[in-house]
Design a protein around this ligand. Structure first.
Ligand code: NAD
Length: 484
């Protein structure tokens, strides 16, 4: 059954039932699993649970599709990707609504921008090229460097920005000539199933399949001999499993994993004006952000005033159901994460740290709501400073000496992102240059783009996404030496 999404009403398409997308077809499964709305805790839809045979079929279809897709020119693939972006755009509000229902993020301020950004990435990446380079030429020979597609790429993605973090893998994989099988997080399968359904009406069969089901599909992909690469975004723990499992077939890997990003507010910072940026940098998406500020280091000369201003700003932001118009902070996405964030609150309380906002969770109310919690000056060794909270708890930590705070920021197994804030840009950049992270923002935060490499150092990642560097990682370098 091939569906032309343009001929169906939004309600029909976006209110279930949901199907796998395999080889251009919408496919039913014997098993399904419930998808919860984290704002209510209620199961509101059933997602298809793929059998191992169905995943196998998607990989096999992608392998067949690769033969013709990889032979298309960049210009032809650009046309397909732009048609796909246009179809997604035509359904943008429905996709964003579904994203809010399954993920929890506020519709207008976060779900719509995420869908828009994903569409923009597809459009812009469609225009990028990796040309053949002449690396040497003399009287006797010419040496060309080609970048050939890898084959079938598997994408394994998380629940925090399911749409953006998946489609920003799909676009570079496809433009460079690969085909792709995507396994979304079981917590947020629906919006991507719809995005996959839309793809079936635009892209050739087998080029993109979205397969949902339990975590056990992950190892089936990472071990599969016909997947040339795994592009993974998720926790460092799972990433280590992926590395081990991919070894037997020498898969290419790009891993985007956890972080414990520090923001350093320098002594000369105009700190009052940057409180909103720092607030949203820390608790945008309710802190469920790999590059969210997880540790906020503020100079001792204004820490007390800063904390008061931060708390004041935080109190004005409404937490609630993301479908309500005035809500700007949604729930924690799932029960497991909710329980995990509560262990941080318990630890903070057990160690008598100073909670100056929030801290209390009402388990009797429906949904997974944790209020923004600000901890004033916890010790450097505390759990909230040392570990990735991935939730709305902000430790604001005092420092005196800039060299010391650089050391503290670097004293982490993670090295994803970081930010430095100060009026003297040159001095701030000098600090930024000393941070051991894949990305560092100076006096801005979380700007991203298709030509801006995104990736982590140390245990935060392997390889990079986006930028020319990221796109190269969807290809094999191939040197062609030709005698004249
Ligand atoms: P997770 O590691 O639990 O799951 C990620 C994906 O891996 C899911 O699709 C899951 O089903 C799959 N998976 C689970 N077990 C697997 C296995 N054994 N083999 C293969 N795949 C398996 O992560 P999560 O809880 O969904 O996401 C939160 C984490 O992701 C946080 O640590 C966050 O920092 C990180 N993250 C990183 C980035 C980044 O770009 N660096 C972006 C977003 C999230």
């Amino acid at each position: 059954m091939k569906v032309d999404v343009t001929k169906k009403s939004a309600t029909n398409i976006f209110d279930g039932p949901y199907y796998l997308n395999i080889d251009g077809q919408l496919v039913q499964t014997a098993e399904s699993f419930g998808v919860e709305n984290p704002a209510t805790g209620e199961v509101f839809a059933q997602a298809p649970s793929a059998s191992p045979e169905q995943l196998e079929k998607a990989i096999s279809a992608a392998k067949t599709a690769f033969k013709s897709w990889s032979k298309f020119s960049y210009d032809e693939r650009e046309q397909y990707l732009k048609a796909y972006a246009a179809e997604l755009d035509a359904h943008r509000d429905e996709l964003a609504r579904l994203l809010t229902l399954e993920q929890g993020k506020p519709f207008a301020t976060e779900a719509v921008p995420e869908v828009d950004q994903a569409i923009r990435y597809i459009r812009e990446i469609a225009e990028r090229r990796i040309p053949v380079e002449i690396v040497e030429e003399n009287e006797s020979h010419i040496v060309e460097l080609h970048h050939t597609p890898l084959g079938v790429v598997g994408a394994i993605t998380p629940w925090n920005f399911p749409v953006l973090l998946t489609l920003w893998k799909v676009a570079p994989a496809l433009i460079t000539g690969n085909t792709m099988v995507v396994k979304p997080s079981p917590f947020t399968p629906l919006t991507l199933l719809r995005a996959g359904q839309i793809a079936q009406s635009v892209l050739p069969a087998g080029v993109l399949s979205i397969i949902t089901g339990g975590n056990e599909l992950g190892p089936q992909m990472t071990e599969h001999p016909d997947l040339a690469k795994i592009s993974f975004t998720g926790s460092t723990e799972t990433g280590k499993h992926v590395i081990r499992s991919a070894a037997s077939t020498v898969k290419r890997l790009t891993l985007e994993m956890g972080g414990n990003d520090a923001a350093i507010v320098l002594p000369d910072a105009d700190w009052k004006t940057i409180v909103p940026q720092l607030f949203w940098g820390a608790v945008g998406n309710l802190g469920q952000w790999c590059v969210g500020i997880k540790r906020l280091y503020v100079h001792s000369s204004f820490r007390k005033e800063f904390v008061a201003e931060f708390v004041d700003y935080a109190k004005k932001q409404k937490l609630g159901n993301g479908m309500d118009a005035d809500v700007v902070l949604g729930p924690v996405q799932n029960k497991m994460q909710y329980e995990k964030v509560k262990t941080f609150l318990a630890d903070i309380k057990a160690n008598g740290q100073n909670i100056v906002l929030g801290g209390d969770v009402d388990d009797n109310q429906p949904g997974y709501f944790i209020p923004v919690t600000v901890v004033d000056n916890p010790s450097e060794q505390s759990k909230i400073v040392q570990e990735e909270q991935f939730g709305p708890i902000v430790p604001i930590i005092e420092y005196d000496d800039v060299d010391d705070v650089i050391n503290r920021a670097n004293n982490s197994p993670f090295g994803l992102g970081g930010s430095v804030w100060g009026q003297n840009t040159k001095a701030a950049v000098e600090v930024a240059n000393q941070l051991e992270t894949g990305m560092v923002w100076v006096n801005e935060i979380h700007t991203q783009g298709v030509d801006i490499p995104f990736g982590g150092h140390k245990q935060s990642g392997l390889g990079t996404e986006q930028g020319h560097e990221g796109r190269l990682l969807f290809t094999n370098p191939k040197t062609v030496l030709i005698k004249k």
